[in-house]
Design a binder for this molecule. Structure first.
Ligand code: ADP
Ligand code: MG
Length: 301
């Protein structure tokens, strides 16, 4: 089976953990062990989030005044390289005879996507009110609420096309584990001369994972996060986790934007588009999810 696996932000950095290289490496090592178990049996395209990482790079870049701060597209490319590098090393520890490759992944968005005018996606660390004020006045950033916290907000356009889709397909067909679309990929638009130009935005990782799954013709899309599955009555005493469901059943409920909402939407779109199964569940249970024993598994209507 060909599987697209998406690692949530918590697979790399749990809430509240310091974004040091060492801690990220330890967490990625645990994730890689699980991914490797799956890659022994299936073709794998691996993607991941980058919210804390790109946010930290933006702060670091803004702190050095002698050079203008790097734009988000370039910082996105940096996070793909950094996280891909660590994931490759950790995967190769378990799969010494397998090929692993990371692709810096441009993802085409529409230049007229209305989402480009609305900064809604939080990135980076939680800011104090002084830091938020400085971020607004000195860096010109939009700062807003993420729950009860202040964070930088950036636009999050819808992904439309994975630029290196054919390359990814060729690599997986040849048996390579491909790490791509990290952080949702680098948002780009077409230029009149036929080239590409990066944007000051980030794409939702789950939406890109879904598109990636369609474009590489995957059988399954597995979105790995820090909950066992999609809950009905989330946050209430009688919350229940769904097992196998059809898109129609999920559509009867609403899920919060910025967390479960995009995962459910990506899962529904994938199975409606011809995918065999989409699943949402806990990273630790990834192998069991693929065996149909854990997670919320969304199957065609
Ligand atoms: P990731 O970094 O893995 O994408 P997110 O924070 O974006 O993680 O999404 C996972 C979170 O979604 C869970 O930790 C949980 O707090 C939240 N969530 C919101 N609604 C639900 C729901 N109905 N069922 C399960 N989790 C939910
Ligand atoms: Mg998320």
């Amino acid at each position: 089976m060909r599987v697209v696996l998406a690692l949530g932000g918590n697979a790399i950095l749990r809430r509240g953990e310091s974004p040091s290289a060492e801690i990220q490496r330890e967490n990625l090592a645990k994730a890689a062990e699980l991914v490797a178990r799956i890659a022994r049996q299936h073709e794998v395209v691996l993607t991941h989030g980058n919210g804390p990482q790109i946010g930290l790079l933006a702060l670091q870049s803004a702190a050095f005044r002698e050079v203008p701060a790097y734009p988000l597209d370039i910082l996105g490319a940096q996070t793909e390289g950094m996280l891909g590098y660590m994931l490759e090393q950790e995967l190769l520890r378990h799969l010494q005879f397998q090929d692993v490759a990371t692709l810096v992944t441009q993802v085409v968005v529409s230049a007229t996507d209305p989402a480009l005018e609305e900064p809604v996606k939080p990135i980076g660390a939680v800011l104090t009110s002084e830091e938020a004020e400085r971020a607004r006045t000195v860096h010109g950033w939009t700062v807003g609420r993420d729950g009860s916290h202040l964070r930088r907000l950036v636009p999050s356009p819808r992904p439309r096309r994975i630029v290196p889709a054919r390359t990814i397909r060729r690599l997986v067909e040849a048996g390579t584990i491909v790490i791509s679309g990290g952080g949702g990929g680098i948002p780009v638009i077409r230029t009149p001369d036929g080239g590409f130009k990066g944007l000051e935005a980030v794409i939702d990782k789950d939406m890109t994972a879904g598109l990636l799954a369609r474009e590489v013709r995957a059988h399954a899309l597995v979105l790995l996060t820090d909950v066992a599955g999609v809950q009905i009555g989330f946050g209430t005493p009688d919350a229940t986790t769904l097992g196998e469901v059809r898109p129609e059943e999920l559509e009867a409920h609403t899920f919060p934007e910025g967390s479960m909402g995009p995962k459910v939407r990506a899962a529904i779109d994938f199975v409606r588009g011809g995918g065999r199964m989409a699943a949402i569940g806990a990273l630790e249970e990834a192998p069991a999810i693929l065996e149909g024993r854990a997670g919320t598994r969304i199957v065609p209507d």
